[in-house]
Design a protein around this ligand. Sequence first.
Ligand SMILES: Cc1cc2nc3c(=O)[nH]c(=O)nc-3n(C[C@H](O)[C@H](O)[C@H](O)COP(=O)(O)O)c2cc1C
Length: 232
Amino acid sequence: MLNAVGLQNPGVEKVISEELPNLAKIFHKPVMANVSGFSVEDYAETCARLDKCAQVGWLEVNISCPNVHGGGMSFGTDPQMAAAVTKAVKAVTTKPVIMKLSPNVTDIVSIARACEDAGADGLSLINTLMGMRIDLRTRRPVIANTTGGLSGPAIFPVALRMVYQVARAVDIPVVGMGGVSSAADVLEMLMAGAVAVEVGAANLTDPFACKKIIEALPAEMAKYGISALSEL
Ligand SMILES: Cc1cc2nc3c(=O)[nH]c(=O)nc-3n(C[C@H](O)[C@H](O)[C@H](O)COP(=O)(O)O)c2cc1C
């Protein structure tokens, strides 16, 4: 999937006043809040507000966003900027903070280490890879934004490689994602070093994707002689 939906959301105030209460009616466990920002202050302010929500179990900080005050480069492409966001967020919350890394970098390990050194409680990866397609009839980019974020099974090998590299380089937990769409993919991610897995694009083609993956896990584990996920 190639998308350029941007960071569509109603804003943190509405998330707190409407989305979280609506979610609490049907989902009775802690939720992860995924936070984006266009400045270090944005991140800190949003996390400070979410810190007060008991329903939010932990924060996942998306550093693939452009730094509008720093030339528009993504926070996640520079170790110093990634560390600055991590420090600012950690200073305003007692909830666990997972820094979500961008794969659009030459050396993902240096960004991962910078976040760990700045106090991150965990890391998650990967966000979407930058991609582009051209419509041959119109000779124009298919995406109005010209480029978009690539996700889904096509990016799984890249995601797995990066999870493997990062998990070996840091001592904090790593959450793996990028193209996961089956129980076998989950096992591969865990073998690469992830302690948990997230599923994105697969939910858009099948809203029951996560349910099916979870239900298929025991048989898939049995197939490979895995008695407990913790052994991976
Ligand atoms: C439509 C769409 C919207 C997304 N929005 C966000 C977002 O708001 N914050 C974020 O951190 N990642 C966002 N992502 C990235 C996904 O969370 C995930 O990191 C990426 O798509 C790779 O995983 P997947 O192949 O399972 O989708 C989005 C992805 C898609 C396809």
